[in-house]
Design a protein around this ligand. Structure first.
Ligand code: SF4
Ligand code: SF4
Ligand code: FES
Length: 520
């Protein structure tokens, strides 16, 4: 537990963490100090002055909250008339050249300037001279579009490229009302985290070419989730919406704070991975390439399993722990070997020393936990003698060419349970669509051995079963979440005295648990 101090805000005593700056310290107890240039991941720059607060009996009596640590007995003034005047004056300065066209701005609804105008200003402009015109819709690269007129020169984007990615593509050039954020000539944004500047920008000056003007943000439902784009498991917010007469679809992913996993950021590739959840989905049950009902397909699968002398089950390294438990139980039940071979998910050398991992799967540690073999040799040896392959969403086309797959599977009956279309779903004798990860709840263990849980985010018009439910329908003994969790408690001693819903929001670090037997 951090040291706490007692201080006064507008005469009311509050207890806050010692040493934190005033914005974060009193923010943690629900008191807002307006700020534009400060961001906890980038530190204090002190350039916007929006956070000036009074310190009663203080020397000096006026301080920027972003640069002032909380101290015992401090008397902070936020609602004094001279502080309100400073806030109004800063707003007036920020708005001198800012276009007042919120109804057509993509940031409306999540803009600090708009919110602060309503909370701290609400005055008519006194400007009688024409606004300075600057460049609009500038392509900065990496899908980032910049509007110089909307920029309040807080410098967050510049500091992100200097301090976080260390690529330094952005700068603020010129002085006074000629100041602008720009790229250096011929050097656009070129880093794999660039779109984070869109989230960091407190106004609508940085927008994403992928998302801009796709949706008004107040129509979006914001659900927490975990990115499945690599084994880091960055925490995300899934912004989705069901437009009239349409299905619930995802419009964007944004990073969600988890200090133990991804901090405030995510990579651009993971950010765009939502498209896989919307597009190229398997939606139709097929038996021998003809449309069929799910009940007929299950009956047909059961008959194929019954008649098989050597079935083989393949699982995806993206399956949740719950799905792996249910599928492994099915494998035991029907006496089938199980493989998690998925070398194609690993892009050696692609990862970096920040978030991006070589392993583009979300739960390889889960395969290890359940002692599911992942070797190529064993998979190929078992496949060579198998007459039936039951594939739970493992995209084998990442590991083999189409020609290799065709040859390897020429004598094998294929049951493909899949969320995405791929070559194997084309070859399948029976194809059953599965829910994608935003459509079910589950848990994963990331590359750092952190167990994280996620909830169902989307409710599709025609909901699909997830792999655990299909495994039960195919005869697996794990029929419900309670059975599965009991099994997980046996595998992960750290869970023995808790429930999944009690796992901390930042995840359970299994490395810290003496009881843990997990080797990721
Ligand atoms: S573009 Fe946005 S983040 Fe960058 S300086 Fe301008 S207002 Fe700040
Ligand atoms: S680093 Fe990995 S988990 Fe994080 S956003 Fe990128 S792909 Fe997703
Ligand atoms: S947030 Fe403190 S000066 Fe900008």
């Amino acid at each position: 537990m951090s040291d706490m101090v007692k201080l006064f805000v507008n005469g009311v005593e509050v207890e806050v963490e010692a040493g934190k700056n005033l914005i974060d310290a009193v923010g943690a107890v629900g008191i807002e100090i307006p700020h534009l240039c400060y961001h906890p991941a980038l530190g204090a720059d002190g350039n916007c002055r929006m956070c000036l607060v009074g310190i009663e009996d203080g020397r000096p009596p006026l301080v920027p909250a972003c640069k002032t640590p909380a101290q015992e007995g401090m008397k902070v003034l936020l609602d004094a008339e001279h502080i309100k005047k400073i806030q109004r004056d800063v707003m007036e300065l920020e708005l001198i050249n800012h276009p007042i066209d919120c109804p057509v701005c993509d940031q409306a609804g999540e803009c600090s300037l708009q919110d602060y105008y309503m909370d701290y200003d609400q005055r008519e402009s006194r400007m009688t001279v024409a606004q300075v015109n600057k460049n609009k819709k500038m392509d900065f690269g990496c899908g980032v579009v910049h509007d110089q007129e909307r920029c309040v020169l807080c410098g967050r984007c510049v500091r992100f490229c200097r301090e976080i990615t260390k690529t330094g593509e952005l700068g603020i050039i010129n002085r006074t009302d000629e100041s602008r954020v720009n790229i250096f000539p011929g050097r656009p944004l070129e880093n794999r985290y660039a779109v984070n500047v869109v989230d960091l920008c407190p106004v609508g000056a940085m927008t994403s070419s992928d998302f801009r003007f796709q949706q008004r943000v107040w129509f979006l439902k914001k659900s927490p989730g975990i990115c499945h784009g690599c084994s880091k498991g960055c925490n995300i917010t899934i912004d989705h919406n069901r437009q009239k007469y349409e299905d619930d679809i995802i419009y964007r992913l944004r990073p969600r704070l988890n200090q133990q996993v991804n901090g405030y950021f995510m990579c651009d590739e993971g950010r765009l991975s939502y498209k896989q959840q919307n597009e190229n989905r398997v939606t139709q049950v097929l038996i021998d390439k003809s449309e069929a009902s799910i009940n007929d397909a299950i009956q047909s699968c059961l008959a194929k399993i019954e008649n098989s002398s050597s079935p083989l089950i393949l699982v995806s390294p993206n399956c949740s722990l719950e799905q792996l438990v249910a599928i492994k139980a099915l494998a035991d039940q029907i006496d089938a070997p199980i493989s998690g071979y998925s070398d194609g998910y690993i892009k050696a050398g692609d990862g970096d020393d920040y978030l991006i991992q070589d392993d583009k799967s979300a739960n390889r540690a889960g395969l290890n936990l359940l002692e599911i073999d992942t070797t190529k040799a064993k998979f190929e040896e078992r496949l060579a003698t198998a007459d039936l392959l039951i594939n739970f969403d493992n995209d084998l086309s990442l590991s083999y060419s189409d020609t290799e797959l065709k040859e390897m599977l020429s004598d094998t009956v294929i049951i493909a349970l899949s969320s995405q279309k791929n070559y194997l779903t084309d070859l399948a004798n029976i194809l059953i669509p599965l829910a994608a990860y935003s459509e079910y709840a589950g848990s994963l263990i990331n590359c750092d051995n952190i167990l994280q849980t996620f909830d169902k985010a989307l409710s599709k018009n025609a909901p699909l079963d997830d792999a655990a439910i299909v495994a039960a329908k195919l005869g697996g003994p794990m029929k419900n979440a309670t059975d599965i969790f009991c099994e997980l408690q046996k595998l992960i001693p750290a869970l023995s005295n808790t429930e999944l819903q009690n796992i901390p929001a930042e995840g359970l670090n299994l490395n810290n648990s003496e009881a843990s037997n997990v080797t990721a």
